[in-house]
Design a protein around this ligand. Structure first.
Ligand code: SAH
Ligand code: SF4
Length: 369
């Protein structure tokens, strides 16, 4: 079996090259060809010795993910669906803005957390992605976009781990992928521009702060344990008090001096004035010290069968105003790419769960014409 070089961060690639009898600087050259230049063909890596290129042909490959479909939104957002085998597909979304280009990356096929407002959660959990499958999304998007635009410089300036899956439930594969994003010989993204979004896997948040402290977004969605147990079932395991403490601890290591709390606005569920006030109390514990945080209110993106409704724009504004008046920076997320079902929580779109005649659960992918 050939080794997929997309699985390695620079430390891993150096160790692998060492096994082949090659020095570390060869690994650096190879890493740069792969991630900075986007090459998959070893014969084109002209500054590598022929003997090394021969070894690479024999033992290694660069396996990208097959594209099932691509959709371009009227607002410039692009959504790719990739085949990850055995009927599973994942989605990756590029969101262009005037001052940046953000790629939203998936970490799992499906998700085991099962939040009732999320279509990925509704799909159930299939499997963890490998490091190669996580980084292949960035590798492919970055180099495809450069080629299409005829530019040599970086197109993607920010990465958010906000696609399908719970990144902190796929920790072992996530860390090398983050390291490749940050590496100056890789994508050279600053820690502030790489965000891990989590539903609150407390022990892994603590580990992330030590292993690879990038920007952190925590999906809060509710001000009380009773409601959060229902909206984010992981709360049963890691309730709010523990989650908030872990957020405060993270700040000691974080590249930004605040935590972003994401809050999906659900009509009549978590969007009342009273709940906004409860949130303020939550982030300002007894002695009055405000946890350094920002709130990002996400108007719920409906999907069939959720049975939930989006809060009205007036409600979202009123809710935001209460938080702002308490001194909490609050933004309302603009929905991007909803005409191609690329908005938050809409990923998983065309993968359908069905039960086949033998009673086994199977997944079918509807491929777009
Ligand atoms: N599993 C991680 C990251 C992926 S979800 C997490 O939960 O944080 C990325 C963000 O989209 C999360 O804040 C999530 O709560 C939000 N989201 C999920 N479904 C949504 C929906 N239908 N409408 C709006 N936001 C949604
Ligand atoms: Fe999983 Fe995040 Fe969706 Fe919850 S919101 S089901 S944690 S992907």
């Amino acid at each position: 079996m050939k080794t997929n070089l997309l699985d390695f961060d620079l430390t891993g690639l150096s160790a692998w090259c060492l096994d082949l009898g090659e020095k570390r600087f060869r690994a650096v050259q190879l890493f740069r060809w792969i991630h900075q230049r986007g090459l998959a063909d070893f014969s084109q890596m002209t500054d590598l010795a022929q003997s090394l290129r021969d070894k690479l042909q024999l033992h290694a490959q660069l396996t990208a993910l097959p594209v099932i479909s691509r959709h371009d939104s009227a607002d410039g957002t692009i959504k790719w669906m990739f085949d990850v085998g055995q009927g599973n597909a994942i989605e990756t979304v590029f969101i262009p803005e005037t001052d940046r280009g953000t790629l939203c990356i998936s970490s799992q096929a499906g998700c085991a957390v099962g939040c009732p407002f999320c279509s990925t959660g509704a799909q159930g959990f299939s499997r963890n992605l490998s490091t190669a499958e996580i980084i292949a999304q960035l590798w492919f998007a970055e180099h495809t976009l450069r080629q299409e635009r005829g530019v040599d410089e970086r197109v993607i300036s920010n990465v958010v781990m906000m696609g399908m899956g719970e990144p902190l439930q796929n920790y072992a594969a996530l860390i090398p992928a983050l390291k490749i994003m940050l590496d100056d010989h890789g994508y050279g993204l600053s820690r502030r521009r790489v965000t891990v979004s989590t539903s609150g896997v407390v022990p892994m948040m603590d580990r992330l702060s030590l292993d690879c402290p990038v920007a952190l977004a925590v999906s809060l969605h509710a001000p009380t344990d009773a409601l959060r147990d229902h909206l984010v079932p992981l709360n049963l395991k890691y309730p709010l008090a523990e989650l908030l403490q872990s957020c405060r601890d993270y700040l000691a290591h974080a590249p930004r001096d605040f935590i972003t709390f994401e809050y999906c606005m659900l009509d009549g569920v978590n969007d009342s004035d009273e709940q906004a006030r409860q949130l303020i109390a939550l982030v300002r514990p007894a002695l009055g010290e405000l946890t350094p945080c920002k709130f990002n209110l996400i108007p719920f993106n409906p999907f069939p069968a959720s049975g939930l409704l989006r809060s009205s724009p007036e409600r979202v504004k009123a809710f935001a105003a209460i938080l702002s008046e308490a001194g909490i920076v609050t933004t309302i997320r603009k929905t991007r790419g909803d005409d191609i079902a690329a908005a938050c929580g809409q990923l998983a779109g065309d993968i359908q769960d069905r039960t086949d005649v033998s009673g086994r659960r199977a997944k079918t992918i509807r491929i777009h014409a």
